[in-house]
Each structure stands twice: as C-alpha cells, then as structure tokens.
Ligand binder design. Structure first.
Ligand code: PGA
Length: 230
C-alpha cells in the first residue's frame, strides 16, 4: 500500500471561536479513522491558534499532527514580530516553508527559504516545502515536497486544478530528484477530486487550503484517501 500524507493549510483564516467549532466537528467526522506511520494527516494553522489546536489534539486524542504555516528566517533575538522555529516546536511538529503566497506577497527568496529550513531543522521541525514547478530549488533534508502551480491555488470559483496526469508527471520528476521526500499535489483539491490526484503513482498526498477550512470536507478527503485501495 502506498504511503499517504493529507495536509491542510488554513492560511490567514479563522478566529479562536471558529477553530473551536472546526475541531468539535472534525472530531465527529474523523471518528473511526486512525493515522499510521504510512498514513498521516497534518493541519497547519495560524500562529495564534497553535496553542489551542495542539491542546485539543492532545485532549481529544485526535489522529492529527500540527504544523505552522511559516517560520522566521532568523533565530531568537531582537526581531520584533517574528516567530522563530524554537517557539513553533513547543506546539507543532511541522512547518510549511516556501509557499507561493509568501514568495509573492512577502518577497521571500530562495536564499531566505534556505535559512528558514536550516533553523526549522535545527529545532527538529519537519518541513513541508512548497515548489511551484519542477525547477524550484529544494533545500536538503526536506521530508515532504508539495508541488503547487500558483495559478491552480485558491481557484475556488471554478476549482480549476491541473489535470491529475499533468500533476502526476511533474511530481514524478520531483520524486526522481528527491527520492526520500514524499510528494504532494496542491491547488484546489477537494473531496471530489482527491482520488484522481493520489491515484497518480508519484502523488503521495495533497496540501489543501480552501477545502481544509471546512471540517467536513477535510475529513472526507482524509477518509476517502485512507480507505482507497491505492
Ligand atoms: P487551495 O490552496 O487548496 O485553496 O488551492 C492550496 C495551498 O495554497 O496550499
């Protein structure tokens, strides 16, 4: 059976009250589904919600691992407003680095991302590293690479995705270059299309933004992936 890694990314969405509702509903929707070393579910949330969600995962024994969506490229120090890797590690096991929204809106460069990865690894965080195509440089030591064509992200109005075959072909090139990493596809994935993506040999999971905001949709994606005979 294939390894599977289903990840969510809340981006800059959800207040504490909304996160409370999401967790309560997700707990019901995910009941009966467990995670194993080969089948993982990870949710990345805003910094403001890391403490709450990590407490709920522990309290409710949810089969979910927690991630942050960003990390400072600098260590602890006089860097007003930054959240460093050591601080994230208190709550989360994972961090997303290299998302195209951070490159585009916050000017993050390949060099900045290398620094972020170094500090994340030094703090024992595992990294979901986003690439925009097969040419995007990937720093060493990455556990999970998410291939996300920027034009396919948040195409919520039409759920315009890359075709599973085209995404699978790009993921195959990435997998060949980075055989020890798991390779995900991201860009408007949903309960309706997840199987078509993870059926591609080189696609080992998805990174979902919009659909992960809805606890039912995210749980449906996990459930259908985990019970599929791939
Ligand atoms: P989307 O986001 O599923 O809303 O397209 C994916 C991502 O940006 O990680």
């Amino acid at each position: 059976m294939k390894k599977l890694f289903i990840a969510g990314n809340w981006k800059s969405f959800k207040t504490l009250a909304e996160a409370k509702d999401w967790v309560a509903q997700f707990t019901n929707f995910i009941s009966g589904i467990s995670a194993t070393p080969d089948k993982a579910m990870v949710l990345s949330v805003p910094f403001t919600l890391l403490s709450f969600v990590s407490g709920e995962i522990f309290r409710l024994k949810l089969p979910l691992q927690l991630g942050a969506e960003n990390v400072s490229p600098l260590p602890e120090g006089a860097y007003t407003g930054e959240i460093n890797a050591k601080q994230i590690k208190e709550f989360a096991e994972w961090v997303i680095i290299g998302h195209s929204e951070r490159r585009k809106n916050f000017g993050e460069t390949d060099a900045t991302l290398v620094e972020k990865v170094k500090l994340a690894k030094a703090a024992n965080l595992k990294v979901i590293f986003c690439v925009q195509d097969e040419r995007t440089p990937v720093p060493d030591g990455i556990e999970v690479i998410a291939y996300e064509p920027p034009w396919a992200i948040s195409a919520v109005s039409n759920w315009k995705t890359e075709s599973p075959e085209a995404a699978g072909a790009t993921c195959q090139i990435i997998k060949t270059a980075h055989p020890s990493a798991l390779i995900l596809y991201g860009g408007s994935t949903s309960p309706e299309n997840i199987i078509s993506f993870i059926s591609q040999p080189a696609i080992e999971g998805v990174l979902s933004g919009g659909a992960s905001l809805d606890s039912k949709k995210f749980a449906m994606m996990i459930r259908s992936a985990f019970v599929a005979n791939l």
